[in-house]
Structures are given as C-alpha cells and as structure tokens.
Design a protein around this ligand. Sequence first.
Ligand code: HEM
Length: 388
Amino acid sequence: MDFLSDRARSLDPFPHYRRMRETSPVFHDEQSGSWHVFRYDDVQRVLSEHATFSSRMGGDDPSETGQLFAASLITADPPRHRQLRSLVNQAFTPKAVDALAPRISQLTDELLDGIASTGTADLIAGLAYPLPVIVIAELMGIPPADRDRFKQWSDVIVSQTRTGAENADHHATNVEMTGYFLDLIEQRRSRPGNDLISSLLSAEIDGQKLSVAELLGFCSLLLVAGNETTTNLIGNAVLCFAEVPGTIERLRAEQSLLPQAIEEVLRYRSPVQSMYRVTAADTTLGGVQVPAGVPLVAWIGSANRDERHFPRPDQFDIDRGPSRHLAFGQGIHFCLGAPLARLEAVIALQAVLSRLPGLTLTAGSQLERMDSTIVYGLTELPVSWQAG
Ligand code: HEM
C-alpha cells in the first residue's frame, strides 16, 4: 500500500481519508493486494462481523512467523477467542480497574513532581509515555529495572505493520523480547506472584493450560496494546485541548467535562487509526465484491470522521455528546483495555490541568507524528506553563 502510506502516515491524514470516502470507499490496492475500507458503516461491519472478516493473521507459532501476536486473542477467531478472552477479562473489568486508581494517581503525581517547577517540558517523555508503561508493567509483575527496555521494544513493534515485511531491527527486537518473556514465564512458573503472568500460568481452558506461544502472545499484546495507545490518547488530548482556544480553561473550571472531552479526542484523533482483517468468505462491501482470503484494512480514523455519522466531523467539539466512535473497535474484539485507558487518561489529564496552569503548546515547535499507519500520536509534545 505504498501509494497510500505517505498520506496515511502524515499528521493530517484526514483530507486523504475524506477523498477516499468520497471516491473509493472500498478500495483495492492492486500493488499490494490489500483492500481498504473508509466509511463508518463498512468499517463497523468489518470490525464486528467476525465470521466474514477473520482476525487470524499468520500461523500459530510466533517463532515461525515472526509475528509476536500470532497466538494472541487479537488474532484469534471464535471459539478460541472467547476462551482466551475469558482468561484475562477479570483483570480488566471496570471494577478491577477502578481499584488501580489510587496507584495511577500516585504515579502521575510523582511524574509531574519531576517537571511541574520547570515551566516547560515534553509531555510525552515526562508523563504520557512512562505512566501507561509503569501501570501495565506492574500489572504483569515486571521488575522496575526493565521498564525502559520495554518502551523501546514496544516502539519498534508498533512501527511494523502486521502485513508489512520485517526489517532487521524488528527481527532483533522480536527475538530479544521473546527471550525476555520466556525467562520471565519460567521464573513465575517456579515462583508465582500476584500478577497477570502468574495467573495466566495457572489458568486452564477445558483442563488444558495455555501453550508457551499463547503465553508469549498475551505478554507482547498487553505490553504493546497497553502502552503506546494510552500514551497517544493522553498526548492527543493535550494537543486537541491546546489547539481549540478556551478548551483548557473550560476543562480546568469544570473537570466533570473531562470524560466526554476524552471521548471526543478518541473520535477526532483516534490513537488506533487502522485494524486488519482477512476475508473468510466472498462478500459484498459497500456494493463492491470482495473475494475470500484477501487482507483488508479497516480505517477507524476515517470512520470516526465520516460525515454520514458525525455532523461537522472535522471540528473538535467537547459538547458533541455520545458519539459511538469506533476508536476501541467493535464486537468481540472490542478493546479489553478500554476501561483502563479511560481511567489513566482522566487521572493524567486532571493532574495536568490542575498542576500545569496556563498550559500551551510551546511556540515555534514542530510537531511530528510517530512513524506508523496504525498508531496515531506525536513523537514529542513540547508544552509550556506558568511554573509556580
Ligand atoms: C486509548 C487507548 C487504546 C485504544 C485506542 C485501543 C484500541 C483498540 C482497538 C481498536 C482494538 C480492536 C482490535 C480489533 O478489532 O482487531 C483493541 C483491542 C485490544 N486492546 Fe486496546 N486500545 C487501547 C488501550 C488498551 C489497553 C490499555 C490495553 C491493555 C492493558 C488494551 C488491550 C487490548 C487487547 C488485549 C485487545 C484485543 C481484544 C480482543 O481481541 O478480544 N488496549 N484495542
């Protein structure tokens, strides 16, 4: 999908999406063989109709395919998907996640303590990046000393599209990370703790334990899904709030508006812009015949700007009300971490609003998007405020 890539990777891919919704809403890229879907109704169908649009990518053995997620629930279809999901559901229910709020607040405060008096900082490096990494690492029982290696691995992995070829960097990262998790799994097997990996090790489906490939799939999926996406939700939120005059002041005065403002960020600058499927049968999509067995990209970032569903789609409007955006997907694969991501975002942004008064984007700084067509977020977010 080379000809799409440059526009799809830019900080403003939205005019490109709009053109595609108008002219080629279901587009066959003959060069790569992939199909691309841009309108809300079609994206919704692709994400949720799992019998026609399968999530299975590659084989079952990660060492064979080089795909870390090959054996994880995000790439499983029913009935395996339901079984795998039931193992981790408990850890991510809104109730279980709410119990993490005090710890998330404490971590946020510690991170902001490090920058609040300076008056200027990169908010990605200072808060949005470390917070989700530490939260997910603690849930998984990963030692604090290994956190930085974690972030590096997840950065490399998100830049690799699931259908694209692996380069040497990706391969080295996959090998290193797989080795790390294999060691950690063995440690937990002999000395279980009160963490997610230990509980996955003891879990059984119909009397059968998870395979090592499945355990690895879970570890790498949670690591990547739990980090970069939430980092970008927090970063994209600050960008959206700072861009629209009056928004920061209003949210500071009325913090109860924050959850709905975060939903609008999820719609307007969706941290996950695209998801993959493979057609399991011949089908008709948006009036176009799509054959079985072809890869398909559902453009969530475009669906969330579809004028057929959202009036004034290119306006960031925190008063929009419930909008049924697709930022967390839809159907059986609906994001497992949505309650956690929303909670982390509320806590982090509340703290930013109250502890960094007069927050603005630092004048003259050049904003750049991370190198990915899947994930949408900034490499750096330079901001300034009135340090007390
Ligand atoms: C703003 C932050 C996040 C966004 C935008 C996001 C987005 C998504 C999307 C679009 C999907 C659907 C994938 C598909 O249909 O194929 C998904 C699935 C998933 N997400 Fe998230 N995610 C976020 C945060 C998290 C967090 C914090 C975690 C875990 C700690 C997480 C774990 C997962 C998992 C495990 C799945 C697969 C669920 C399944 O296949 O049943 N996500 N996410």
